[in-house]
Design a protein around this ligand. Structure first.
Ligand code: CP
Length: 308
């Protein structure tokens, strides 16, 4: 685990180690996270070629809690706007003795590409690449599920909405299957499912009311309009009518079901405000948990880098 690029191929033991390490960073009484000197003297650069609120900020807070020196580069005002290539940008940052890059990019495979070409002492963490993977989001989602539900073994989890364009869905489904949940059910219109959905280890429903029966955990997804051609864009009101999570529909799931969403949420498109802000929502808990999980992943990657 010199780099953390995808959930695919990681085993259950490693995922549980990450969850346990993250747990160790959380205060037992107030759940706040203390500052520790684990990465003192290390330099981490957040390279976000795509916008972010939660991921970038929690990576930055996590690095600071580990006592690393961290900076978030503003790509829009960097010399990439003057035509400098991605690799030249990386080479120049490496010359500043950077130890780790946290990369978000709109192109699937961008973090892998940087990992392949980075200097041997540098680690890369994927903070979301195109439609491919968002592995740290998946780990904070698993952390939140374990926090709320305990064991994974008997859980039925629904992933609802725009599966086709969602890197969160892909990484969540891989993590849930690796951790051994009873069922991962995707609920979506046919137009928002990938062609190879039957190879993803999921059951499929095209009907939200029917699909929510017996469900313990509901992961709602944003309609990723920025990744759709205009011809494929559904009407938001029509989409909400068929696939929006309302209080009435939430009642179809188990009474203690939790509602998750990676954010940003589109109120009234995939989720009703009463549900997003309601008692079963753990959406803001997910955000808080992002700090501990990203601390754990950065700490594990850096320890591996040093051969510990
Ligand atoms: N969940 C998530 O990746 O949110 P941001 O795009 O705000 O980082």
């Amino acid at each position: 685990l010199k780099h953390f690029l995808t959930i695919e191929g990681l085993d259950k033991q490693l995922l549980l180690e990450i969850l346990d390490l993250a747990d160790s960073f959380v205060g037992s009484e107030d759940r706040r996270i203390k500052k520790i000197p684990l990465l003192r003297g290390k330099s981490i650069v957040n390279l976000f070629f795509e916008n972010s609120t939660r991921t970038r900020t929690t990576f930055e807070l996590a690095a600071r809690r580990l006592s690393a020196d961290v900076l978030s580069m503003s790509i829009a005002t960097s010399s990439t706007s003057k035509g400098e290539s991605l690799l030249d940008t990386i080479r120049n940052l490496e010359a500043m003795y950077v130890d780790m890059f946290v990369v978000r990019h709109g192109i699937s495979g961008a973090a892998h590409f940087i990992a392949q070409h980075a200097a041997s002492h540098v680690s890369v963490i994927n903070a979301g690449d195109g439609q491919h993977a968002h592995p740290t989001q998946a780990m904070l989602d698993m952390f939140t599920i374990r926090q709320m539900k305990g064991d994974f073994a008997n859980l039925k989890v629904a992933v609802v909405g725009d599966i086709l364009h969602s890197r969160v869905a892909r990484s969540d489904i891989q993590a849930l299957n690796t951790l051994g949940v009873a069922e991962v059910r995707v609920i979506a219109p046919k137009t928002l499912l990938p062609a190879q959905v039957e190879t993803m280890g999921v059951t499929v429903s095209h009907d939200l009311a029917d699909g929510l029966k017996d469900i313990d955990v509901i992961i709602m997804l944003r309609l990723q309009k920025e990744r759709m051609s205009a011809a494929l864009l559904p009407s938001e009101s029509e989409y909400f009518k068929c696939f929006g999570l309302t209080e009435a529909r939430l009642k179809i799931a188990k009474p203690d079901a939790i509602v998750m969403h990676p954010g940003p949420i589109n109120r009234g498109v995939e989720i009703d405000s009463n549900v997003a802000d309601g008692p079963q929502s753990v959406i803001l808990k997910q955000v808080s948990n992002g700090i501990a999980i990203r601390m754990a992943i950065m700490a594990m990657v850096m320890q591996k880098q040093e051969g510990v």
